[in-house]
Design a protein around this ligand. Structure first.
Ligand code: 5GP
Length: 194
């Protein structure tokens, strides 16, 4: 998605060796006009596929998931990261190791909002080693729901999350794929090329 790649090149910052900060339009301040284009792009990439729920993880997946959901006309369910007294006791649970913080945390989704009748599109902002998506997939599996696919805004293909998901035959669509970061410079994978 050219519009997105241009924004990453002009506003993205590299932190350390492999963390890309896009706080000016995606992860802190949010450019809703761009998010709208992202939502449309996801819709076109999963067109003619059944989607009854969009599943994401708090907090940074929620904005993009909500705008995308408008194009599919379905609800968004977000996995909650922390113990919440208001949540049902009847929950699906999984564990995720945070890429950016390095700690393990639990995620939960109420059994009320996901079930065997659902066709789920998982949406997240970044894909690195695939831990967040693995946790969400685990919840889809516990619910007995069908996984329609996974939509990612920015994949870093030099980390192996994307390969694992594709090798399993899951329909994964990443709107911008960073193949490497060299001397703080972001280099994208050309579309249609391995
Ligand atoms: P994974 O679970 O695939 O290893 O990492 C994905 C999660 O970690 C995403 O939900 C995202 O919040 C965070 N993440 C991974 N890499 C980056 C990055 O380069 N930049 C930002 N801002 N977040 C990242």
């Amino acid at each position: 998605m050219e519009l997105l790649k241009r924004r990453i090149l002009t506003e993205g910052r590299v932190e350390g060796k492999d963390v890309v900060k896009v706080d000016s339009f995606l992860n802190h301040q949010m450019d809703v006009v761009l998010l709208n284009e992202i939502g449309k792009e996801f819709q076109s990439r999963f067109v003619n596929q059944t989607v009854t729920k969009i599943l994401t993880i708090e907090a940074s997946g929620i904005g993009v998931a909500c705008i995308t959901a408008q194009y599919f006309n379905v609800p968004v369910v977000f996995a909650k990261k922390m113990e919440s007294r208001n949540l049902d006791k009847e929950v699906f649970e999984s564990k995720v190791t945070s890429y950016t913080k390095g700690i393990e945390y639990g995620i939960k989704v109420s059994k009320r909002y996901l079930g065997p009748e659902d066709h789920v599109l998982i949406i997240d902002d970044f894909l690195a080693n695939g831990q967040a998506i693995a946790g969400l997939r685990n919840i889809v599996k516990q619910a007995g729901a069908h996984l329609t696919g996974v939509g990612i805004v920015i994949e870093k293909s030099f980390q192996n999350g994307g390969k694992v998901i594709r090798d399993e035959g899951i329909h994964l669509e990443s709107l911008a794929i960073i193949k490497e970061i060299e001397n703080n410079k972001i280099i994208f994978k050309e579309e249609g090329r391995e």
